[in-house]
Design a binder for this molecule. Structure first.
Ligand SMILES: [Zn+2]
Length: 175
């Protein structure tokens, strides 16, 4: 179980900074199934809300959500090649990230988003979400573009966190 936690990539790891490639059906199906299984187990052990493929070292456009969100997400937990159209008023919420352990900060993002994605069977679907579910998606899709939530903090906040982020990069980032 511990080695699953160790497989989560930490800030400083270059894979977290890459733009991920889209997945192809059915060519990537076998790879996808194995990856989703690994990510699901990792998310469970890490007790996170969501996990994006780059966080386990794979540069592909896929994220998963914890089953706690099943109701809001209409039964979906796997989001492949997601496309977001965020809208609505900006909302302030606290965010954290398994790849930036121990750091939680308030961040402003659009309150709602529409998402179109593909499920594990290759069927495309759309959802319209708000609240925590919207926040989760905005956060996870950023991972697929090499963006971490701490990048979006104000320069003052980033300055205050500089020492802690540097330590994280030095301790765990050089995977
Ligand atoms: Zn994250």
């Amino acid at each position: 179980m511990q080695n699953l936690l160790d497989s989560v990539r930490i800030i400083g790891d270059p894979v977290l900074r890459r733009k991920s490639r889209s997945l192809i059906f059915p060519d990537d199906l076998e790879y996808l199934r194995t990856l989703v299984k690994k990510m699901t187990n990792t998310l469970e052990v890490a007790e996170g809300l969501g996990l994006a493929a780059p966080q386990v070292g794979e540069s592909v456009r896929l994220f998963i959500a914890t089953p706690d969100y099943l109701d809001e997400l209409n039964g979906h937990v796997v989001f492949i090649n997601p496309e977001l159209s965020p809208y609505g008023e900006m909302e302030k919420r606290e965010e954290g990230c398994l790849s930036v352990p121990g750091i939680y900060e308030i961040l402003s993002r659009p309150g709602r988003t529409r998402i179109t994605a593909v499920d594990i069977r290759g069927n495309s679907f759309s959802l319209d979400v708000g609240g925590l579910a919207a926040r989760l998606m905005l956060h996870e899709v950023d991972h697929l573009d090499g963006i971490l939530f701490v990048d979006k903090l104000s320069s003052i906040k980033r300055k205050l966190l500089r020492g802690r982020l540097k330590r994280l990069r030095e301790e765990r980032g050089g995977h």
